[in-house]
Design a protein around this ligand. Structure first.
Ligand code: SF4
Length: 183
């Protein structure tokens, strides 16, 4: 955060930031992404949360048009320093077996919130390899946009349905083996 920039200097600051390849325009997802330290600095982490957070936010911002900000929280272990259970979309890192390999992946939850919308997110999918979180989250946002009522916010949409209905709506083909139906 760069405080106390006079209005008359804004254009010059923007130009300097762009020249330095630094982004300053936060849009719907990139502006609301939260990630814990991850495995670049914490021994508990099961994944590189910060790199994955940037990757996912940029991919989703380029892929899906949203009028409202959606918070994406990535946390590296059950300690949940990034508070994934109160994000619109919350990812908790886990190691995932894919064939003979162990890869970085996530349990995926939706529908958390704070303040007047406070509530705990519903965990929908377990053990999703990171590579699959891109298409899965894109699908989640697209199905929400298709099926919401007029003006219905993401958090309200996800609270309207039971976990089993959300899993059915959001699952990618072939994901059934990873789903956890809690209610
Ligand atoms: S959530 Fe876990 S991995 Fe992430 S910073 Fe906290 S303790 Fe470390």
């Amino acid at each position: 955060m760069i405080p106390h920039i006079a209005n008359e200097n804004l254009d010059a600051v923007r130009s300097e930031l762009s020249d330095a390849n630094l982004r300053f325009a936060a849009n719907s997802l990139e502006g609301g992404v939260v990630a814990c330290t991850g495995n670049s600095g914490c021994k508990f982490a099961a994944s590189n949360t910060k790199a994955h957070a940037i990757d996912l936010a940029r991919f989703l911002d380029e892929s899906v048009f949203l009028e409202e900000p959606i918070n994406l929280h990535l946390t590296g272990c059950p300690h949940s320093c990034a508070q994934h259970y109160i994000g619109d979309i919350g990812l908790q890192a886990v190691k995932v077996k894919v064939g003979d390999e162990t890869v970085e992946g996530y349990n995926v939850a939706v529908g958390g919130g704070v303040d007047d919308l406070q509530g705990i997110a519903k965990e929908l999918f377990k053990g999703v390899p990171f590579e699959k979180t891109r298409p899965l989250l894109k699908n989640i946002l697209e199905r929400y946009l298709e099926n919401r009522t007029e003006g219905e916010r993401f958090v309200a949409f996800n609270r309207r349905y039971k976990v089993s209905a959300l899993v059915e709506l959001y699952a990618l083909p072939g994901m059934e083996a990873n789903i956890a139906i809690a209610n």
